[in-house]
Design a protein around this ligand. Structure first.
Ligand code: FDA
Length: 526
């Protein structure tokens, strides 16, 4: 099933006659455009919140990285719109264009640099929280999921209908479908089924002209671009049709912590050589972290695994392929796939109903960066990393293995290009507890130092990065309309050769560059 177009033809005719006059609006002008011009006779007070309304502040502050919370009001939106249907999204786009405002689309609000709710120029936030339905058709093993749903809501709804289906997307349940799918999206089934974006088969988008388009109407180029090229450059993606994947009734998980001593570093080294070559049902990620606990060496490495099968098959497999880890049957837990989702989210003792809520247990001040690794990193680097982690403490290095299905899909299939040849992805994350400018700068500088230190050991020419771990240090569009050259500095890191095609698509579908931010795809200029 797919969402219906709510607009009448007469209203559509009114919309397309709007001229884009580019004056900066006051709250009242924007609201009155929404109220009278676009949607006659509707009461916008239930979904348009301006700075003088009590709900405005709670909507602004619902940010997952409160690092940006102290910013001045000039970087806060003129209004927050929480649409209930496509018509209200279309009105927001057209009224914003009419009044020279930018639109920032927020689904789950997890953007690492706040791109979904901050802007230097006057803007409106389109918050998709009310468009969060998940409609499953188990007969053809598909679902329509709206962008405002969280991954947890999606996983929960699938598990309510079937014990043998799942979806290969990210590990944190509070992440929004809208941002996650449009940047790629990987989790514990990445080796078996690839990215969330690889399993999208249709979508509805509203473009800069307010047109509501499915795959057929938007064309294959735009459909390609929104599956990994970042949605924010092309329009507002309302919903996605996905192909569900099969999961066994019983899966096995384990978490093995090791103090980061010489032996553990040896295991990390082995992992680097084998993790991307294992059977694709087996996913073992590593998390190097500082653990504040007097009993252990402060830096530990966690071997965290999902096996799409039973313990009786996993243990012999591990003994053959990764004996250094010394996995025993008692280290393993069998459960359903949905329970494994809770396990990976650190919510093991919670009920799966929690996934259906918009709970976010992960709110913190943080800065992150990412790398892809092509050749195993020498062991001495991990010795140095341990020393650096002891200095910094609240820091994590998450290493996600690729290979399997990821190596079978070509680099150009969707904009996410990091396929064959990539052993694993690294996410570096530093958190802090006090949000003053000095503390933030200190931690961010520390992170930049670690990133610089890692340079010789990771992918090169370009040094690649994952767009869903957005990092404005990689470069930004400084000119209003950006330029190909300026954009290619960061764009080729995220998208490699696919950046060129993304620019071509952008130039056709949004030639006025209405949907833009500091790292949106630029347009070609002659
Ligand atoms: P948000 O709403 O902030 O959107 C992100 C970007 O997409 C913004 O530019 C926004 O404008 C745009 N956008 C959002 N909705 C849109 C729509 N409907 N149409 C058009 N554009 C839209 N990643 C991963 O691959 N695997 C993982 O396991 C995790 N885990 C994880 C845990 C935690 C705690 C965090 C904070 C993040 C992750 N991520 C991740 C990264 C995550 O995939 C990334 O931050 C996503 O962009 C978040 O999507 P949201 O919709 O939540 O963000």
């Amino acid at each position: 099933m797919c969402p219906k177009i709510a607009t009448k033809t007469t209203l559509w005719a009114a919309i397309v006659t709007i001229t884009f006059i580019n004056t900066i609006a006051t709250h009242n002008e924007f609201v009155s455009c929404m109220n009278n011009y676009i949607i006659p006779f509707t009461n916008t007070s239930t979904y348009v919140y301006t700075q003088n309304m009590p709900l405005y502040s709670s909507l602004v502050s619902s940010q997952h990285n409160p690092r940006f919370a102290n910013l001045s009001l000039s970087r806060k939106p003129l209004a927050i719109v929480t649409p209930q249907n496509e018509q209200e999204i279309r009105a927001t786009i057209l009224c914003s264009r009419h009044h020279g405002l930018q639109v920032r689309v927020r689904s789950g609000g997890h953007d690492y640099e706040g791109m979904s709710y901050l802007s230097e120029t006057p803007f409106v936030v389109l918050d998709m929280r009310n468009l969060n339905s998940v409609t499953i058709n188990i007969n053809d093993e598909t679902a329509w999921v709206q962008s405002g749903a969280t991954l947890g809501e999606l996983y929960y709804k699938i598990a309510q209908v079937s014990k043998v289906h799942g979806y290969p997307a990210g590990i944190c349940p509070s992440v929004g479908v809208g941002g996650h799918f449009s940047g790629g999206g990987f989790g514990a089934m990445v080796r078996k089924y690839g990215l969330a974006a690889d399993n999208v088969i249709d979508a509805y988008i509203i473009d800069a002209k307010g047109r509501f388009l499915d795959r057929n109407a938007m064309g294959e180029d735009l459909f390609w671009a929104i599956r990994g090229g970042g949605g924010a450059s092309f329009g507002v993606i309302v919903s996605w049709k996905i192909k569900l994947v099969r999961v066994p009734r019983t899966v096995t998980v384990f978490s093995i912590y090791k103090n980061m001593n010489r032996r553990a570093i040896e295991s990390i080294n082995q992992w680097q050589h084998i993790a991307s070559k294992l059977k694709e049902e087996l996913y073992i990620r590593l998390v190097i972290q500082y653990i504040h606990d007097n009993k252990t060496t402060p830096v530990q490495v966690l071997f965290n695994s999902l096996y799409l099968g039973e313990t009786k098959d996993l243990t012999p497999l591990m003994n053959r392929s990764f004996p250094q880890l010394g996995l025993k049957p008692e280290d393993c837990k069998e459960m359903s796939w949905i329970e494994s989702v809770l396990f990976f989210a650190g919510l093991e003792n919670s009920t799966k109903v929690l996934l259906g809520n918009k709970t976010d247990p992960y709110v913190s001040y943080f800065k992150a960066k990412s790398d892809f690794v092509i050749k195993p990193i020498p062991k001495h680097v991990f010795v140095k990393i341990r020393k650096k982690f002891i200095q910094q403490k609240l820091v994590f290095m998450i290493m996600e293995p690729f290979g399997g299905r990821m190596s079978e899909i070509s680099e150009a299939d969707v904009p996410f290009p990091h396929r064959r040849g990539n052993l694993y992805n690294i996410q570096y994350l530093v958190k802090w507890e006090v949000n003053d400018v000095r503390a933030s700068n200190e931690h961010i500088d520390w992170m930049r130092g670690l990133y610089e230190y890692m340079k010789p050991y990771v992918s090169k020419h370009p040094r690649t990065a994952y767009v869903n771990y957005r990092d404005l240090d990689l470069g930004t569009n400084r000119e209003v309309n950006g330029s190909y050259l300026e954009g290619s500095v960061w764009g080729e890191k995220y998208f490699k050769g696919n950046f060129k095609r993304l620019v071509q698509v952008k130039s056709v579908v949004d030639p006025d560059n209405f949907f833009r931010n500091e790292q949106s795809i630029p347009i070609h200029r002659n």
